[in-house]
Design a protein around this ligand. Structure first.
Ligand code: FAD
Ligand code: THG
Length: 806
């Protein structure tokens, strides 16, 4: 029998979901909305519908691309093109970066001089602008029409839509959703309930114990009276003036103006529901005119013809903001069948609905959704405090120029390793990641630069953009790791303990490599989805017959494992990250440093590569893994939190003789790129199979079975491969997501990059057609420049493993 589906909300997301789910053959679909159909009073009802597809996220760009394609087919899209203008040199440079993203993700675009901008949008004062970024396939979504059309397609396949039908309760039993209860007393039974309730979603989630990390925020939108310079026939592109937090569209001979520059105004839902009870547009708040004054003044400066016009009407509309700007998609972990699809713009709505429908119906989304997954947030990031502060910040930064390495400035010092006080003494410069304080480099190492420079190590100057969130000290730290020995804080590396009689079978079934080895073995292995796409890469250390330590990539791995735990209690999964800590001791002198502290034999013969040992360093109980993401001799050394400071001090004291240093994340990243180690989520995602990502060596196709195996058996040879590229110019630096051209034609994009102290050049990883071979020439567009580079064999450093296996 077909599953019965109830969708809460008939906005652009709920209607698109009904269409996409019924299109996949599940036709028992009921959509309910508290408001009237289809101008429901939600955010969609008054969305001006601007669709700019370009986004730093490839996933978001793809979701938008599908929306444009679909709405165009429905006659609900006006392809007027998009234009973003720069009024500052910084913005003009940044538009080059946006042009790069568009090129990387396959969105047609061009950079224009002021003259060309004014030709496209004659109201622009060309003296005010330095240039523009034009995207001809962008345009205006007719949001309510698109909702209605998609609903109609669903209705034609058997779906029903109920207006004025508010869901007041989610009915569930034994961990499964059973239906919903409505304000007018109906019980709508369901096997699957999807909350597509827009900014109401957090309230609904709370009723079933689910944190939906979104904050409803007010955003100003106003329309002018008639603008004399317009005759209403023009088809002007949608326009962004990000330097002043503004965007524009036309309505015939009037102009609509959206503004993000006002004071952030999170909406208190309790008050809102009380104040707007019974009102047709609960998502529209009264216009605060004084807040809009700077927007109007700036608009007249940019578009002088507005001086002959004035604001006719305005409102403060409500929609969702999230801590990282991404949507919130996925299934409740503790309530099977309860899904959410919220914090979605009109721009991404059809793409989101398609991906979520695919996910619900087939079990696996067909595009990478890790940046949109409900379960991507760390525990602390699900606190009301964090959600509110960071979502407000996301509103403030909506049009800001954000550096790829920019980290949160608040909240800070939420998660610190036991080594933190020592790191402060060494003048660590901390980046924030997953709420952890992570040393990026240590000012205490500044003196090494001179010493290394005397030995011929280069510290090439960088351009202004790539110098941000960077220090040349990191080059010294990387070099020192390859020539001496360094301590790296690996505490933020997510780790789990998997134990019990079913543990081995559980891990064997979920991962690609063979982990049925003797206790003391460590295995590098992959989690695949049913389509054979890479969900994560892990290290699995077998510490005992029924005891494993798993090194993972983050909360999504925990979610993946938790959902698949056998129901019989034969496997116990524990996240031990917070209660433990880890220091990586790596470099040619690592063994000399550590051996005197340990009664066990740490020689290569006794303690080989990819082996684990539980032992003591001094009086401290430790687990040592002979694993090195930086590709050097040495160990990850784990202990529980209470021993952390003592462990650091012990190693530090022992390291004095060898001039050991503490080294940071930038050196770490540079060294792993030299060694060819991939970073999940950046270099590869579920959109890539192991063979594409160069990780086929971690798959044992002769293993009895594992999740994703069948898909791999059926897979075509990869059409694209992850390649290492070395830039020609020692001064050239790229940061990630830049387009890569072959023979002058865009052919791929950079995933991650770092300056290599070993070869004195930047190494970048990039997705390229399989036909592109080592030795081939490519070009990388970086802001206003183009860099030549050569595809390199992998890895660039230590291909014969002589450094790491000694
Ligand atoms: P909604 O349209 O809000 O739909 C949710 C529905 O759920 C509502 O109809 C509501 O009545 C219903 N509902 C809630 N609770 C219940 C319940 N308990 N029972 C039954 N029904 C319930 N996006 C763009 O892409 N481009 C833009 O240019 C743009 N401009 C914007 C300008 C403004 C002023 C605003 C406010 C938003 C703008 N947005 C824009 C954002 C966009 O409008 C929203 O992100 C999008 O419409 C959200 O769609 P939705 O279907 O998730 O939510
Ligand atoms: N340490 C531990 N666990 C981890 C990471 C880590 N889990 C998540 C993430 N990092 C996984 N990434 C890698 C990538 C490469 C390697 C280890 C973890 C690695 N690869 C060897 C190679 O390719 O030569 C594997 C060799 C082999 O299979 O024998 O070392 O940093 N604990």
């Amino acid at each position: 029998m077909q599953p019965r589906v109830v969708i809460i909300g008939a906005g652009i997301v709920g209607t698109a979901l009904a269409d996409e789910i019924t299109a996949r053959g599940w036709t028992d679909v009921t959509v309910t909305d508290r408001g009237p159909l289809f101008r429901t009073g939600g955010s969609t009802s008054h969305a001006p519908g601007l669709v700019f597809q370009t986004n730093p996220s490839k996933t978001m760009a793809e979701l938008a691309r599908y929306t444009v394609e679909k709405f165009s087919g429905l006659g609900a899209f006006d392809t007027v093109g998009g234009l973003e203008v720069a009024t500052t040199p910084e913005r003009w440079t940044d538009l080059h970066r946006r042009h790069g993203w568009a090129t990387s993700w396959g969105i047609p675009s061009r950079l224009l001089d002021p003259e060309e901008c004014a030709r496209l949008h004659p109201l622009l004062d060309r003296e005010r602008i330095l240039g523009g970024f034009h995207t001809p396939t962008d345009g205006l979504a007719l949001a309510v029409r698109a909702a209605e059309k998609q609903a109609q397609r669903a209705i034609d396949r058997g779906a029903r839509f109920l207006g004025y039908c508010e869901v007041v309760d989610i009915v569930h039993r034994e961990g499964r959703v059973r239906g919903v209860h409505t304000a007018d007393g109906q019980d709508l039974p369901a096997d699957i309930v999807i909350s597509a309730a827009g900014f109401w979603g957090a309230e609904l989630g709370r009723r079933v114990g689910l944190t939906v990390p979104l904050v409803p925020m007010a955003h100003q939108f106003a329309k002018t009276v008639q603008v004399p310079a317009l005759d209403g026939e023009e088809r002007l592109p949608i326009l962004r003036h990000q330097d002043a937090d503004l965007y524009y569209r036309t309505y015939g001979d009037r102009i609509g103006i959206g503004y993000y520059g006002h004071t952030p105004r999170p909406v208190d839902m309790d008050n809102l529901l009380r104040d707007t009870a019974g009102e047709p547009m609960p998502s529209m708040l009264p216009f605060i005119e004084s807040e809009f004054e700077p927007a109007w003044a700036e608009s007249v400066r940019l578009l002088p013809a507005l001086g002959d016009s004035k604001i006719d009407e305005g409102f403060d509309g409500i929609f969702s903001f999230t801590p990282d700007g991404g949507p919130i998609l996925g299934e409740h972990r503790d309530l099977d069948g309860f899904w959410v699809a919220e914090a979605v713009w009109v721009t991404h709505s059809a793409g989101v609905a398609r991906a979520v429908a695919e996910w619900i119906v087939t079990g696996t989304p067909d595009i990478d959704l890790h940046e949109a997954d409900l379960h991507r947030f760390e525990d602390a990031a699900r606190s009301p405090e964090f959600i509110r502060r960071t979502s407000v910040q996301a509103f403030v930064e909506v049009y800001d120029i954000l550096h790829p390495h920019q980290y949160r400035t608040e909240p800070r010092n939420v998660r610190t390793s036991p080594f933190h006080p020592r790191q402060c003494e060494l003048e660590a410069y901390f980046f924030e990641g997953a709420l952890w304080e992570r040393p990026a480099w240590y000012e205490a190492n500044a003196g090494l630069m001179e010493e290394l420079a005397a030995d011929g190590v280069e510290f090439p100057p960088r351009d202004d953009w790539s110098s941000r969130f960077h220090s040349q000290i990191s080059i010294a730290e990387a070099k020192w790791t390859r020539t001496h020995v360094a301590l790296y804080d690996m505490t933020p590396l997510t780790r789990y303990e998997v134990s019990g009689p079913g543990a081995l079978g559980f891990l064997q079934e979920l991962t690609t490599n063979d982990i049925a080895k003797k206790p003391g073995a460590v295995t590098y292995t992959l989690l695949l989805d049913a389509r054979g796409g890479i969900r994560s890469d892990l290290t699995v250390a077998r510490l005992g017959g029924q005891l494993f330590q798993v090194g993972a990539n983050g909360p999504l791995d925990f979610d993946w494992f938790t959902r698949r735990l056998p129901g019989d209690g034969s496997v116990t999964l524990r996240d031990i990250t917070g209660g433990t800590c880890c220091v990586g001791v790596w470099g040619p002198q690592a063994r000399e440093l550590v051996q005197p502290l340990c009664a066990d034999d740490l020689s290569h013969k006794a303690f080989g590569y990819f082996k684990a040992l539980r032992t003591y360093l001094g009086s401290i109980p430790v687990t040592m893994l002979r694993v090195s993401y930086v590709g050097e001799l040495g160990w990850e050394i784990y202990t529980t939190a209470e021993y952390g400071a003592a462990l650091w001090d012990l190693l530090w004291a022992a390291g004095r003789e060898y001039r050991a240093i503490a080294a940071g994340r930038i050196a770490f990243n540079s060294l792993r790129l030299e060694k060819g180690y991939r970073s999940w989520g950046t270099d590869m995602t579920t959109e890539h199979t192991p063979d594409m990502a160069g990780l086929g060596f971690a798959v044992r196709m002769n293993k009895h079975s594992f999740l994703g195996k069948r898909a791999l058996e059926a897979a075509d040879p990869p059409a694209r491969l992850l390649r290492s590229i070395v830039l020609d110019d020692p001064h050239a630096v790229v940061l990630g997501k830049e387009p890569v051209s072959v023979d002058g034609t865009p052919a791929g994009y950079v995933t991650s990059a770092g300056y290599s102290a070993t070869i004195g050049r930047t190494i970048a990883y990039a997705w390229l057609p399989a036909s592109v071979q080592p030795g081939d020439r490519v070009e990388i567009a970086y802001l206003t420049q183009v860099f030549g580079a050569t595809v390199h064999t992998e890895p660039v450093v230590d291909p014969d493993m002589s450094l790491i296996r000694r």
